[in-house]
Design a protein around this ligand. Structure first.
Ligand code: GL7
Length: 835
């Protein structure tokens, strides 16, 4: 582990010191006083908890001083509103940020324990589905590291993303009880609870100044209880807060109902309220128009806005300065109800007139779009929406009325444009279109990679681009190198630091200094040695967990991400079948040995994605056991892919599969994490792949497939997937073998739905891209044989990843959208009188 000696931190005493002996003492104290265990009877989890509290104790001083500074100085603040934060385990990350990793390791070892074991013990907070939620986690890491005043607001789901098991090759979902052994990183703040209203109706009245006002009379009220988690910057004193809201009933009993004898009803209502934050919706890139989901969204948004205003009161700031105080980012449309919610607060609770309220609102919000997939664009049935949020519906009508007046003026006589742009979709059953509300209520709109931002302007948000071209911008995604290199790949981090110092961790562009070492064969050997060692570790883990032997010298070809047809895990599968078929035809064929690893969850209701998992496992069954193959191909579907496991996967990859249909993957972020760890990419010109290829150089990237434009043109010209099947013998054989039941013990029907979709529809152009993909994979196989050349390409991938640090993304948001300056946090010595 890189030994980072904090040079600007002054808060050691005999309780919170950072030396080995003080840490040992503190650890044992926490085991005794917090976990109430002697070492003799302590479980591994007790030890984990004791260490977690020991680390947390060393964070609190920074955290409280950050909070205090923000209250005293009232600096402009970023608010990141996100329904998902896919944080991953905290312990290792906090050890690194504090510069405590090596000392803690030694302390733990001197106590006869093993740090890796304790790190493994942590249940990760899986409060997100995939890239979008993980992005939010990377962004709050960078905000703290860059010393930006920021608050993350979200939902404290009692059950995060489900745990995935595989039974007979199929995915089975298990509830994620991540809180069952306690969460040492959060602090409940019940004293700061707030109330959220739902349902009911509105009334008008005239206030004491004879003004017409509206009052919302709700049907029910739910309590929002904040749980705070410190988010510590790397080598910084800033510890920002992630505040997640839990729903509770306002009173433990409804006494009226109780007195009437309806005990059951009263208790039932309590559990009803608590349902709101019970579980994360496990859909990625699609929404279900479920009322509970809308309740979740409104619940956390309402709590967060009220909380932000309350903080302003503590800072002696009036609500009319809201937009000066806060830059609020809407992480996709999930929190977009905030536009109407802030309007309602300003109009109804604070008595502002419309124009003033609207000016504040639109200057506050900015909207990030994360997908072009139509099935992900949130729309709420109007009636459901109105029943749940009657006052917000009225406000949305008024926003829409005023907005359409402006459209009419800018584009006279264009009825169809009005229909297209209206917040209300009236083409059939009526819906509220959340993306339209987000565009109208925000002063900035961005996509998450260059191509994606361009496509937004050309396609789904084209009308809004014509209406407000000045609002549109791009901010290409980034990922934190702290978690995804320093923590997950310590061998690589040490090698880099050994050559260029540790400045790269905070300034990833410094990785370019590695180029000076590319002609140094000693360096290249060490670099290759790191990869080999990491692959060996993973191979060992796979042997222990799956009983499958994989060859660490084979090419590790990895696709790890949510399972989705547009991400085309089945294209990868067709390639595996093709290699298998070649070996069956000629068992002595000289091919590059490969290990294909897959990881990823399917949305529980997404049948085709689940069938793809079954397909991969079925292929694995045949390929791994066929003696003709002689171990030259291995296929493993790694169950329960999550952040913790991702941290092991990225460092071990030789080849990163980024093979989505061009135009479908908004950005991707796994692509960046793989590349940072020295994997070469096989990819389409999609999302951030394009920018990765620009950075690393075309010669260090394996490109294949149709471009986004060609995809559209092919579809427009009448795409017939069967033609590709008929004209490509290898493709035909691969599909025929699936169709014949060869990979499913004779059951020719098993994969029929998937094959039918490919042969008759193929929305994602799997067959159209097959030949190009296989040809490109052949080049990959060849290239891997020249291991020195491969190592050079791999080094250049690491070297040129500076752009993809989330620090760069955050700087762009700050510059283009948020305009929030950093605030340095002073941390005085801890003394009893502090506070
Ligand atoms: C996503 C995109 O699919 C992904 O390409 C992007 O990297 C990520 C973060 O911007 O956002 N959009 C989306 O709805 N999900 C994503 O992961 C779930």
């Amino acid at each position: 582990m890189v030994n980072i000696v904090p040079n600007n931190i002054q808060l050691e005493d005999d309780r919170t010191g950072m030396t080995v002996s003080i840490l040992k003492r503190a650890f044992l104290d926490n085991l005794f006083y917090v976990q109430a265990k002697f070492p003799k009877i302590a479980t591994k989890n007790d030890y984990y908890m004791a260490l977690a509290y020991t680390v947390r104790d060393r964070l609190v001083n920074r955290w409280l001083n950050t909070e205090r500074t923000y209250i005293e100085k009232a600096p402009r603040t970023v608010v990141y509103l996100s329904a998902e934060f896919l944080l991953g385990p905290h312990l290792g990350n906090n050890l690194i940020s504090l510069g405590l990793y090596n000392v803690a390791k030694q302390a733990i070892e001197e106590l006869g324990l093993n740090l890796a074991d304790l790190l493994e013990q942590e249940e990760e907070p899986g409060l997100g589905n995939g890239g979008l939620g993980r992005l939010a986690a990377c962004y709050i890491d960078s905000l703290a590291t860059l010393e930006i005043p920021a608050i993350g607001y979200g939902i404290r789901y009692e059950y995060g993303i489900f745990d995935q098991q595989i039974k007979d090759g199929w995915q089975v979902e298990i509830t994620d009880k991540w809180l069952q052994y306690g969460n040492p990183w959060e602090v409940a703040r019940p004293e700061a609870s707030l109330e959220v209203k739902f349902g009911g109706h509105t009334e008008t009245y005239t206030d004491e100044f004879d003004r017409y006002r509206v009052r919302w009379v709700p049907y029910k009220v739910v309590k929002g209880v904040p749980y705070d988690t410190p988010i510590l910057g790397f080598q910084a004193n800033t510890a920002n807060t992630l505040r997640l809201w839990k729903a509770e009933a306002p009173e433990s009993f409804d006494f009226e109902a109780f007195n009437k004898g309806d005990y059951f009803g009263a208790v039932h209502e309590k559990s009803d309220s608590e349902n709101i934050t019970k579980v994360l919706y496990p859909n990625d890139e699609s929404y279900q128009g479920k009322q509970l989901r809308l309740e979740q969204q409104y619940f956390f948004v309402s709590c967060s806005l009220q909380d932000a205003i309350r903080l302003m009161k503590l800072q002696n700031l009036a609500p009319e300065r809201f937009h000066e105080q806060y830059a609020i980012q809407l992480n996709d449309t999930h929190p977009t109800i905030a536009v109407a919610a802030l309007m309602r607060l300003l109009l109804d609770e604070y008595g502002f007139d419309w124009d003033r309220a609207w000016n504040i609102t639109t200057n506050t919000f900015a909207y990030t779009n994360h997908t072009l997939l139509p099935e992900a664009l949130e729309r709420w049935p109007l009636e459901m929406f109105g029943n749940l949020l009657p006052r917000h519906l009225e406000i949305i009508y008024e926003i829409n009325r005023r907005f359409l007046d402006r459209v009419r003026i800018k584009f006279p006589d264009e009825i169809d444009r009005l229909r297209r742009m209206s917040i209300i979709d009236e083409s059939g059953e009526r819906y509220i279109r959340m993306a339209h509300l987000a565009c109208i209520g925000s002063h900035a709109i961005n996509g998450v990679a260059e191509l994606h931002s361009e496509l937004l302007k050309k396609t789904i948000l084209h009308d809004f681009y014509e209406m407000y071209p000045e609002k549109f911008t791009n901010v290409t995604n980034g990922v934190t190198p702290r978690r995804f290199i320093v923590l997950s790949n310590p061998r690589l981090a040490n090698l880099i630091t050994d050559r260029i110092g540790d400045g790269w961790i905070k300034n990833l562009d410094e990785l370019r200094k590695l180029e000076n070492f590319i002609e140094d064969s000693g360096f290249r050997q060490e670099f290759a040695g790191v990869k080999r060692a990491v692959k060996r570790d993973l191979a060992e883990q796979i042997r222990d967990n799956y009983g499958i032997d994989i060859d660490p010298d084979s090419l590790f070809d990895i696709q790890a991400k949510r399972i989705h047809e547009y991400k085309r895990q089945h294209l990868n599968a067709l390639h595996i079948i093709t290699l298998y078929n070649r070996l069956k035809a000629d068992p002595n064929l000289d091919i590059t040995p490969r290990t294909f690893l897959f990881g990823g969850k399917a949305a529980p209701g997404y049948y085709m994605a689940k069938l793809i998992i079954k397909l991969i496992n079925s292929i694995a069954d045949v390929v791994n056991h066929d003696p003709d193959i002689r171990g030259r191909l291995k296929v493993v579907f790694l169950k329960d892919y999550n952040v913790k496991f991702a941290q092991r996967i990225y460092p071990a990859a030789d080849l990163s599969e980024q093979i989505s249909t061009a135009g479908k993957e908004a950005s991707g972020t796994g692509n960046m994490k793989f590349s940072m760890n020295g994997a070469l990419t096989i990819g389409t010109l999609d999302g951030a792949n394009i920018e990765i290829r620009e950075e690393v150089g075309a010669e260090n990237f394996f490109l294949f497939g149709l471009t986004a434009e060609q995809v559209l043109a092919l579809k427009a010209s009448g795409y017939n997937p069967r033609d590709y099947y008929e004209s490509n013998p290898e493709l035909k054989l691969a599909i025929d073998r699936l169709d014949s039941g060869f990979f499913s013990r004779g059951d020719g029907d098993l994969f029929r739905p998937l094959l039918d979709a490919l042969m008759y529809q193929d929305d994602y152009l799997v067959l159209a891209d097959y030949a190009s993909y296989v040809e490109c994979q052949d080049r990959v196989g060849q290239a891997y044989r020249d291991s020195d050349r491969w190592t050079r390409m791999s080094i250049l991938n690491v070297d040129r990843m500076g752009k993809f640090s989330s620090d760069r993304s955050i700087r762009e948001y700050l510059q283009k959208i948020w305009k929030v300056p950093p605030v340095e946090i002073q941390v005085p010595e801890y003394t009893q009188s502090n506070g």
